[in-house]
Design a protein around this ligand. Structure first.
Ligand SMILES: Cc1ncc(COP(=O)(O)O)c(C=O)c1O
Length: 476
């Protein structure tokens, strides 16, 4: 009996949730509220909305100025404690909770660590938030072109050799910034890339937006914080179980970067009314992942993904992307393609005929995530639907085939990113844009990878990516 209590206690201690607890305390001890948010625990909200999201959700919607909940900038009270617990769980020296997603983290890293004219070596398929950060700081990208998996229509891994080549050619580079894994789950050799960066004395930042789970299972790739990266962002809201927009930025033990400069940038970039609900959801997601229950959910997600892949293996016309020589994959991100069907067409079949929504689709294939919240029944249903599709002839031509979605072009740079962004511009019909210099960021989400950036030459090859655009902004 004592043991059980002891064990229970141990589990309880392990899953400390300071923000969740403080919010619960505030919720259970309501005050007469003469402060924001004006809906005043939901009393001033539209009844239909309140019904939809629940009275409780509105009653805990508050910001960090009230109820002894701590503050985000500077981190105090339960928020500070929760960030420290997260740092411990992820193996970081310091962790910052992010609102506005990993986007906020990438902006702060660029703004805090680089200055006008400095070079950042980064992969062309980086997320647009890194580019926005460079527009803010004035740093310039030096493009590293990763492998291209033509058959799959996606970008592949970044090789350590290519990083070394770029560092040799750009001795003045301020940092290397690598996206790992790619959206589709392709994993680069970060250990070797990190060793190269250390040899050249430059910091390595890894955009691990899609990999916050890696720290919690031996069956997933090793996270960058354990492989020598200096800083990492994690979109906990993508796969870790927190609410949309909530993410984390981790600074590594022995990091070369100036964590204070990043913190100052974050303070400027963040809202001054941080949502306690989002912060509590980060606290809860970390506690869940770090608990026996979370670990079980993650192992189930991995086992579900393996099952899905085994079943796909038996199909004739549907294939999944697997690890190959030179790169690994994250087993939970199942990128598939079907012979004779574009990814967009396959997506529409799954959606319309089977009521299945996938993570994303592009020209050649689509991405399915095996989530910590998915059950084996979900997977069995998906497998059944794929089996049906495999046996059916979908020969009708669909308009979706005419568009391109995954930008895989090598840019022709005519002006610096920031100079172009702030240059006088004009908006012209897309058909007249070939030969002109782009004035805007065109990077639709998902995957948020740039088709065109300010300062890049617009060519015929860009037109299939601009199918939804009537006009584009160009430099005057
Ligand atoms: C590689 C990568 N980095 C950063 C981000 C931005 O993340 P968030 O949506 O959390 O702002 C994304 C979003 O899709 C991404 O794919």
């Amino acid at each position: 009996m004592t043991n059980v209590i002891k064990n229970k206690k141990a589990v309880k201690l392990k899953v400390k949730t300071p923000i969740v607890d403080a919010l619960k305390q505030a919720c259970e001890n309501p005050t007469y509220q003469f402060h924001i948010p004006g809906h005043t625990k939901g009393c001033g909200a539209l009844p239909e909305f309140k019904k939809l999201i629940g009275k409780k959700a509105l009653s805990v919607d508050t910001t960090d100025e009230f109820d002894n909940l701590g503050t985000l900038h500077p981190a105090t009270g339960p928020i500070k404690e929760a960030q420290e617990l997260a740092a411990k769980a992820f193996g970081a020296k310091k962790t910052f909770f992010l609102l506005n997603g990993s986007t906020a983290g990438n902006l702060a890293l660029a703004m805090g660590l680089t200055k006008k004219g400095q070079k950042i070596i980064t992969n062309r398929n980086c997320h647009r938030s890194i580019l926005t950060g460079m527009i803010i700081s004035g740093a310039e990208p030096v493009w590293l072109i990763p492998e291209k998996f033509e058959e799959w229509g996606i970008w592949g891994n970044v090789t350590p050799e290519s990083v070394e080549r770029m560092l040799k050619e750009n001795k003045d580079a301020a940092m290397v910034w690598i996206t790992n894994p790619t959206y589709e789950g392709v994993v680069s050799d970060i250990k070797s890339i990190s060793a190269v960066c250390k040899r050249y004395g430059v910091p390595l930042i890894v955009d691990e937006a899609h990999a916050c789970l890696w720290n919690f299972s031996k069956h997933l790739p090793v996270p960058a914080l354990q492989l020598g990266a200096d800083a990492v962002v994690h979109s906990l809201h993508k796969t870790g179980g927190s609410m949309s927009q909530s993410s984390m930025l981790h600074i590594a033990e022995n990091s070369m970067i100036d964590a204070d400069a990043v913190e100052k940038a974050l303070k400027l970039l963040h809202t001054t009314s941080p949502s306690l609900m989002l912060l509590a959801s980060l606290d809860a997601a970390r506690a869940n992942l770090d608990s026996p229950r979370g670990k079980k959910q993650l192992e189930r997600a991995i086992s579900n993904a393996k099952y899905l892949r085994r079943e796909i293996e038996k199909l004739e016309h549907i294939h999944d992307l697997k690890p190959d020589f030179g790169y690994m994959t994250d087993v939970t991100k199942v990128f598939i393609r079907a012979d004779g069907l574009s990814g967009k067409r396959l997506e529409s079949i799954l959606e319309i005929d089977f009521n299945i929504e996938v993570e994303s689709a592009s020209d050649a294939g689509l991405l399915l995530l095996s989530n910590i919240g998915n059950t084996r029944r979900d997977m069995e249903y998906l497998v059944k639907c794929l089996q049906k599709i495999d046996k059916t002839k979908y020969s009708d031509i669909c308009y979706l085939e005419n568009k391109k979605h995954m930008p895989m072009l090598t840019p022709v740079i005519k002006m610096s990113l920031r100079d172009a962004y702030y240059s006088p511009k004009e908006t012209i019909p897309k058909e007249l844009a070939v030969g002109r210099i782009s004035g805007e960021v065109i990077a639709e989400c998902p995957p948020g990878i740039a088709v065109l950036l300010p300062g890049e030459l617009i060519t015929e090859a860009h037109l299939p990516y601009l199918a939804d655009y009537d006009s584009v902004e160009v430099i005057k």
